[in-house]
Ligand binder design. Structure first.
Ligand code: ARG
Length: 401
């Protein structure tokens, strides 16, 4: 019986070479390269051609843009997910949907193994393999780029020998991952954390120094999700794309960070995610207006937990689902509008409104006609101060004894 491998294929050099290795070194008779569209820029024809040249028996394109936006991106936005306070999980979010797509195709064709192109140094191997195990229980998982460590030069030579076209992107000095929610860039000169990122690492954003004059955009939210820009209703995929184009020219969402990976190393990462950063800023501002103090306190700490789980590859986990259930309950009232000013390097909230606002001008105002029960403050302080009074009296007694 012929042995089949289903590979998570990106169209890049690593996974193209992996096709050849699977046949030559791992002994598979058939390799199906699965290219999952999560909104990344890719040259479809070139990817198909490269996959075939590498020996793939089939190159299958699966469109998961909407699934990715409506599941992973939507939940990340509702959870204000920023790993270590800054990284909107761009790559971490896409892995579960890519792996699930590959696993479903593998199950359909009865593949003997699923394959990914991650190395042993990163987080993505965890995300892929945990997602494979969750969605295709018992399947054999192969990681050829972890089994054998290749230098870029040796890999290019190997590809050329076999007639696998090496394009300019394949020989790029950076390792790039992208999807509709943003881009992750690492390696090359960026490995020196003292070196400022050259402008050529960026594709979605321009330098804030060259930004156009500030503009305002109104983001409409319904039950925690952005649904419109300046009154125009858009699907999440469209809305993120439009906002990326609007915020990118201001350099909004450029992130340069030293990040703690799961495997115990710190790495230098560059991200660009203009819409993600702008939307999280706006969403938080709307939550501040409509959620109770206790909901906010509890949610902010669970957001951190959610983000760590997803970063660490535990998308398919009961705790992630449980936190999402909590988040969804809180989001029922997160409907309203936020005014965002796009200016160099920042999307700044300049206004918010909602029919569910718990902000009451009559309570907060220092002007006329306010209704705050001032006389109640005195009694409140008496009770709040009981322990302070006791402690101070004890300290005084000790001092005078
Ligand atoms: N460090 C990031 C993460 O773990 C990005 C990894 C993406 N890969 C890349 N080739 N840039 O999510």
């Amino acid at each position: 019986m012929s042995r089949i491998a289903a590979l998570a294929y990106s169209g890049g050099l690593d996974t193209s070479c992996a096709i050849a290795w699977l046949k030559e070194d791992y002994g598979f008779d058939e390799v199906i390269a699965v290219l999952v569209d999560v909104g990344q820029e890719f040259d479809l024809d070139a990817s198909l051609a490269r996959g075939r040249a590498a020996g793939a028996d089939d190159v299958v394109l699966l469109d998961r843009k909407d699934a990715f936006a409506n599941e992973q991106v939507a939940k990340a936005l509702k959870a204000n997910a920023l790993y270590e306070g800054r990284y909107p999980l761009v790559s971490a979010l896409s892995r579960p949907v890519v792996a699930e797509a590959v696993a479903s195709l593998a199950a359909e064709v009865g593949a003997d193994a699923v394959v990914h192109g991650c190395t042993g140094k990163g987080n993505d191997q965890l995300r892929f393999e945990l997602a494979f195990k969750a969605t295709y229980p018992g399947v054999r998982v192969i990681a050829p780029l972890r089994d054998t460590i290749w230098t870029r030069g040796a890999e290019i030579a190997y590809a050329l020998e076999r007639g696998i076209p090496v394009t300019q992107t394949a020989s790029s000095p950076y390792s790039i991952d992208e999807n509709l929610f943003g881009r992750s860039i690492e390696a090359g000169i960026l490995e020196d954390p003292w070196v400022a990122p050259p402008e050529d690492v960026y594709a979605l954003t321009s330098s804030p120094d060259a930004a156009p004059p500030p503009v305002e955009v109104v983001v409409g939210f319904e039950a925690g999700l952005p649904v419109s820009l300046d009154g125009e209703e858009l699907s999440l995929v469209e809305l993120v794309a439009v906002l990326n184009r609007a915020a990118g020219p201001y350099g909004i969402g450029r992130i340069d960070m030293i990040e703690n990976r799961v495997v115990g190393i710190k790495s230098r990462e560059i991200y660009e995610a203009p819409a993600a950063i702008a939307l999280i800023e706006a969403h938080r501002a709307l939550e501040d207006l409509v959620l109770t103090k206790d909901e906010l306190r509890c949610k902010r700490s669970l957001e951190t937990r959610w983000t760590e789980l997803v970063y660490e590859g535990l998308w398919f986990s009961p705790l992630r689902e449980a936190i999402d259930a909590f988040v969804d309950v809180t989001q029922a009232r997160v409907t309203g509008e936020v005014r965002l000013e796009l200016r160099p390097s920042a999307a700044v909230v300049v206004g918010r409104r909602s029919e569910h606002a718990l902000y009451a001008e009559t309570l907060a105002s220092y002007g006329e006609g306010e209704t705050f029960p001032h006389q109640a403050a005195e009694g409140f302080i008496t009770l709040q101060a009981l322990e302070t009074d006791l402690l101070a009296a004890l300290a005084l007694g000790k001092a005078t004894a």
